[in-house]
Ligand binder design. Structure first.
Ligand SMILES: C[S@@+](CC[C@H](N)C(=O)[O-])C[C@H]1O[C@@H](n2cnc3c(N)ncnc32)[C@H](O)[C@@H]1O
Length: 287
């Protein structure tokens, strides 16, 4: 991965900060002119400078330039699919205990937002495998990650496969599913997760949560199932006015976390899982 201390180069995602601390995201390009609310600065002036450099716009106003952080990259990068927001990326990494050296499998890759956070967390000795069915999304995410990391991380593997039908990653330590119907993938994947592996399913609606938890319970190899929603509210400190911001990052998705354990007494029964997917409740009395 690229050293963040290097001088700015074309392709780096940066933040231009004006005097009023308004930020403008851009990917540096030779010959490109940056518009800063009707004022202008050339990207050529930034290329070759150090992070934090103070430059002057066409109207002689100071502009500072910084490398985009992961949070800024996620919020501003070109999107194919809806991204996982930073508040949720942090929770996913913490609650699934993603550690340096881990093998993490995720689906889908989408815009590569969550993937970038996962790659940071596993470090160079770890590995992230991303399943994604759409080639156009793979191309967009690849560009985003190439810019952010200053090259494509060697420990990232993309599989252009439907994860509901295909799963070929043994010894998975951590699994993160951001898909419309994650429960459809769980049955195939579960045998490849080692006991102790941690799982996260990122799901926007509560009815989907119910189906997913029912499926996990039915498979009888997930324990400590926990459902969390994070709401992010910023506060403002302005002299003696100290109050919450009127806007907040409200609902994005529910996060289901669980730990893989040994199989329960019954083997997996695909037919019953299919019934659960169709919305029928689980029937524990049979157990
Ligand atoms: C909400 S997006 C993921 C966003 C991504 N986590 C991010 O932060 O940028 C869901 C992705 O799952 C992909 N997808 C949907 N069904 C899939 C399947 N069965 N197998 C693999 N990928 C799938 C979609 O094409 C889409 O890119």
């Amino acid at each position: 991965m690229a050293e963040k201390s290097k001088l700015f180069a074309a392709g780096n995602p940066v933040i231009f900060l004006d005097k009023k601390e308004r930020s403008f995201y851009a990917v540096l390009e030779v010959d490109k002119i940056q518009n800063i609310r009707g004022d202008f600065i050339s990207h050529d002036e930034v290329i070759g400078k150090k992070e934090g450099a103070v430059l002057f716009s066409q109207r002689n106003k100071p502009v500072r330039v910084f490398r985009a952080t992961l949070t800024e990259q996620v919020l501003y990068m070109p999107r194919g699919a809806q991204v996982v927001y930073p508040k949720d990326i942090g929770l996913i990494i913490a609650y699934t205990d993603i550690f340096p050296g881990a093998k993490v499998v995720e689906a889908g890759l989408g815009s590569g937002a969550l993937t970038s956070g996962l790659l940071r967390a596993v470090g160079e000795k770890g590995m992230v495998v991303s399943y994604e069915i759409r080639e156009d999304f793979i191309n967009n995410a690849t560009k985003n990650m190439n810019n952010f990391f200053g090259g494509l991380p060697e420990n990232h593997m993309i599989k252009n496969l439907d994860i509901y039908e295909n799963f070929e990653d043994a010894d998975t330590d951590r699994l993160v599913l951001d898909l419309p119907e994650p429960w459809k993938a769980l049955e195939n994947i579960t045998p490849h997760l080692r006991p102790g592996a941690l799982v996260c399913c990122y799901i926007p609606t509560i009815l989907q949560v119910k189906t997913c938890v029912d499926t996990m319970n039915y498979l009888r190899c997930f324990s400590q199932i926990q459902i969390i929603e994070a709401l992010e509210r910023e506060w403002k400190v302005d002299n003696i006015s100290v109050r919450p911001s009127q806007r907040m990052v409200g609902h994005t998705a529910f996060l289901i976390f669980a730990r893989r354990v040994e199989y329960g007494v019954k083997p997996i029964q695909p037919a019953k899982t299919a019934r659960l997917q169709a919305g029928e409740p689980g029937n524990d009395s049979e157990d």
